[in-house]
Design a protein around this ligand. Sequence first.
Ligand SMILES: [Zn+2]
Length: 249
Amino acid sequence: MEGDKCLVLLSGGIDSSTALWWAKRRFRTVHAMTFDYGQRHSLELEYAKKLASLAGVEKHVILRLDFLAGLGRSALTNRSLEVPKGPYPDRGVISTYVPMRNSLFGVVAGAYMDANGIGDLVLGVHSEDVPNYPDTRPEWASALESLLNSGSALAFEGKKRVRVHTPLISLRKADIIRLGLSLGVPYEWTWSCYSPKDGWPCGECPTCVQRAEAFAEVGVEDPLILRLNREKKEVKDAQGTLKGGQDHP
Ligand SMILES: [Zn+2]
C-alpha cells in the first residue's frame, strides 16, 4: 500500500480509468474528480460516472468549470471549430489542446486535497500525449507537484507532502491497455472520441484512430465497440420480437 487516500482525476477515457484502477491497488481510499468544462464530447462525463461507480470510489466529485470554454480557442470546447481527422501529428500543439486546462484541473484538485487531507494525486498523463499536449509532460507534472507543495496547508504545516503520481508517463497507449487489462479495467465503459454521433464514436478523430490502433496492437477487440454492437443487437431483437408478437397474436 502506497498510502491511505488519494485523488484520481477521471475523464472517462482509457488513461484516467487505468490510473484509477492502478490507484485502487495502492491506496485504501480513492476519491475521483471529473470536470465538466464545456467539452463537446460531454458523453465522457456519463462514462466517468459509470467508471467511478464500478471502481467503488469513496466519493466522485464532478465540478463545472464552464468558463474554460470562453478563454481560448480549442476545438474541444468551441463548436465552430472542426475536430481534426486522422492520426495525431508527430509533434506540435493540436487544435484539441485546451489552453492550461490540466494546470487548472491540477490546482482545483489541490484545493480539494488540501481541504480533505489528501496528499496523493494520481494523473493518467502518458508518453503519446507529450508531443501534442504541453501540459502532459513530466516537467509539467513535477512543476505541479512543487506548486501544490508550496501552496498547500498540508505541506506548510508539515502534515503531508503532496505527491503527484503519473504511473503511465512512460507508457504508450497499447502498453496502458495491457496494464489496464491486467488490472481489470472495464474498457467497455471508457469513452475517447471527440466527435460522438448518436452515442457512437466517430472512428475518424485522432483519439479514435489512436484507440483503434492501440487495441489492434494489443490484439483485443475494443470492448466499447463490442458492447455498443451487443446493445444494438438486443434492441433490434426486442423490436423483432415485438413485431413478431403483433403479427401472431
Ligand atoms: Zn472520434
